[in-house]
Design a protein around this ligand. Structure first.
Ligand SMILES: Cc1ncc(COP(=O)(O)O)c(C=O)c1O
Length: 396
C-alpha cells in the first residue's frame, strides 16, 4: 500500500502524545490569526492562562507559555530555577527523568539522581535520604516526572511532598506533568508543587508545539534572583502584560485558540469526569493486557498495579518478539498507531496510549487492532483481551 492511498475510515492514534485532536480544537486552530495589536489576542492569552491555572489547581500561579515542545518547557524550568554550578535532584523514573537530567547537565547544572528500579515508581525513601544527606542545602530543586511516559508508571507526588517536608529541605518541588495533566489527579497547591510543567500534545488534546510552566511564588522568586544569562525563556522578560513580550515574540495564536477550545471542553466535561473517564479507559486496557499476558509472551512493564498510569500502558514482550514489527502491522494493516519502547526499553515493550480525547469505542477499536496484530505476528495471547476490556467497561 502506498503512502498516498486513501485509507477508508479513521486511523486510530494511540500514541501517548501526540494524541487525537478533537474537532472543536481543530476548528479553533484553523481560524485566521490576528494582528498583534488586536485586543482579542490579549483576551485569548488571558483565557488560556486562567484555564491552565484552574487545570493545575493553582489560582495564584503565574503561567509561562511558550512556542515549544516539552523539552523547551524543561529548558525553561532549568534556566529560570537553577544556575550553572547549582545542584538539582532528579528522582529516577526511567527514560524521561534521565533525559531531563542529561539536559540539565548539558546546561551546566550538577545533577544528583536517585536510582530507578525498572518497573517501579520513584523511590521516595531514596529521595528523602538524598535530601537529608544534603545538609548544606546545595540542592536547589527536585525535578520529578509525575508519569514517565516511557514506562507507563505514575509516581506518588503526595508522598514526594511528604518526603520533602519530612526532610526539612528547602529545595523547590518541580513536577513534570506533561503526560499526566488532564488525565490523572493533580493539584499543584495541595501537593506543594512550586512549578508544574506541561505540553500541548497529550491530555490537552492539541498538536505539539505549545508548552508551559505554572510557577508558584517560590519558583518566581527563584527566577528573579537567578543570574543565569538567558533570553527566550526568561521569566523576568516574559512577566509582562504585553503579549509580544509574554511569548518573547509573536504568540503561537492558532495553538492558543486550540488551547482555549480544549480547556473549554475539559471544563464542560468537568475535571473530575475527565479523570474518571481516564481511569475507566485505562481499566479496559489493563484488563485486555492482563488477559493477553496469560499466554506467557506479554506482561505489564509496571510491576505494581497501583502505579500503572491512566495515560499509557507499557507492555513488555518476551525475547524474540519484535515490538517494532508488531507496531508496523498494527499501523499499516489495522490503522492503529501505538508507540514503541524508548531508551533502555527500546525493543522490549510496546506502548498503548489511552489519554486525551478518547471514548470506550475508540479504546476497544484500538485494542481490537492490537489484538489482531498480535495474532498476525503469532504472539501467544492467553485470554480474550477484547472481551475482558468490554467487561471492564461494562462494570465501570
Ligand atoms: C513526561 C514527559 N516529559 C517530557 C517530554 C518531552 O516532551 P517533547 O517530546 O514535547 O519535547 C515528554 C514527551 O513525551 C514526556 O512524556
Amino acid at each position: 500500500m502506498t503512502e498516498t492511498m486513501r485509507i477508508p475510515g479513521r486511523r486510530f492514534l494511540h500514541s501517548p502524545g501526540p494524541t487525537h485532536v478533537p474537532d472543536e480544537v481543530r476548528d479553533a486552530i484553523g481560524r485566521q490569526p490576528m494582528d498583534l495589536a488586536d485586543p482579542r489576542v490579549d483576551r485569548l492569552i488571558a483565557d488560556c492562562e486562567a484555564g491552565l491555572k484552574a487545570l493545575v489547581g493553582s489560582p495564584g500561579a503565574e503561567i509561562f507559555m511558550a512556542a515549544s515542545n516539552g523539552h523547551g518547557a524543561w529548558e525553561m524550568a532549568i534556566q529560570n530555577l537553577a544556575a550553572p554550578g547549582q545542584t538539582v535532584l532528579v528522582p529516577g523514573t526511567g527514560h524521561f527523568s534521565e533525559s531531563w537530567a542529561v539536559q540539565a547537565e548539558a546546561m551546566g547544572l550538577n545533577v544528583r539522581r536517585t536510582p530507578w528500579r525498572e518497573g517501579h515508581a520513584i523511590d521516595i525513601g531514596a529521595v528523602e535520604q538524598a535530601l537529608r544527606e544534603d545538609r548544606a542545602h546545595q540542592i536547589v530543586a527536585v525535578f520529578a516526572v509525575h508519569t514517565d511516559t516511557a514506562s507507563g508508571i505514575t509516581s506518588d507526588l503526595a508522598a514526594l511532598r511528604d518526603a520533602l517536608r519530612a526532610s526539612g529541605h528547602p529545595a523547590l518541588f518541580v513536577a513534570d506533568v506533561v503526560a499526566s495533566l488532564a488525565a490523572a489527579p493533580f493539584d499543584m497547591d495541595a501537593l506543594g508543587v512550586d512549578a508544574a510543567i506541561g505540553a500541548s500534545q497529550k491530555g490537552l488534546m492539541l498538536p505539539p508545539g505549545l508548552a508551559f510552566v505554572a510557577a508558584g511564588p517560590r519558583a518566581v522568586q527563584a527566577a528573579l534572583r537567578n543570574p543565569t544569562p538567558r533570553f527566550y525563556f526568561d521569566w523576568v522578560r516574559r512577566r509582562s502584560e504585553i503579549s509580544y513580550r509574554k511569548f518573547c515574540g509573536t504568540p503561537p495564536m492558532n495553538l492558543l485558540m486550540g488551547l482555549q477550545a480544549a480547556l473549554k471542553l475539559i471544563d464542560a466535561e468537568g475535571l473530575e469526569a475527565v479523570v474518571r473517564r481516564h481511569r475507566q479507559l485505562a481499566g479496559a486496557v489493563h484488563a485486555a493486557v492482563a488477559a493477553w499476558s496469560e499466554g506467557g509472551a506479554l506482561d505489564f512493564f509496571a510491576r505494581e498495579p497501583a502505579e500503572r498510569s491512566v495515560s499509557v500502558t507499557a507492555v513488555q514482550v518476551r525475547q524474540g518478539i519484535d515490538p517494532e514489527a508488531l507496531r508496523r502491522v498494527a499501523r499499516e494493516r489495522f490503522q492503529v498507531a501505538i508507540a514503541g519502547g524508548l531508551g533502555p526499553l527500546a525493543g522490549r515493550v510496546f506502548r498503548i496510549g489511552h489519554l486525551g480525547d478518547l471514548n470506550p469505542a475508540m479504546v476497544l477499536g484500538c485494542l481490537g487492532g492490537v489484538e489482531a496484530a498480535l495474532r498476525v505476528q503469532g504472539v501467544e495471547i492467553g485470554g480474550d483481551g477484547l472481551a475482558r476490556a468490554a467487561a471492564a467497561l461494562a462494570a465501570a
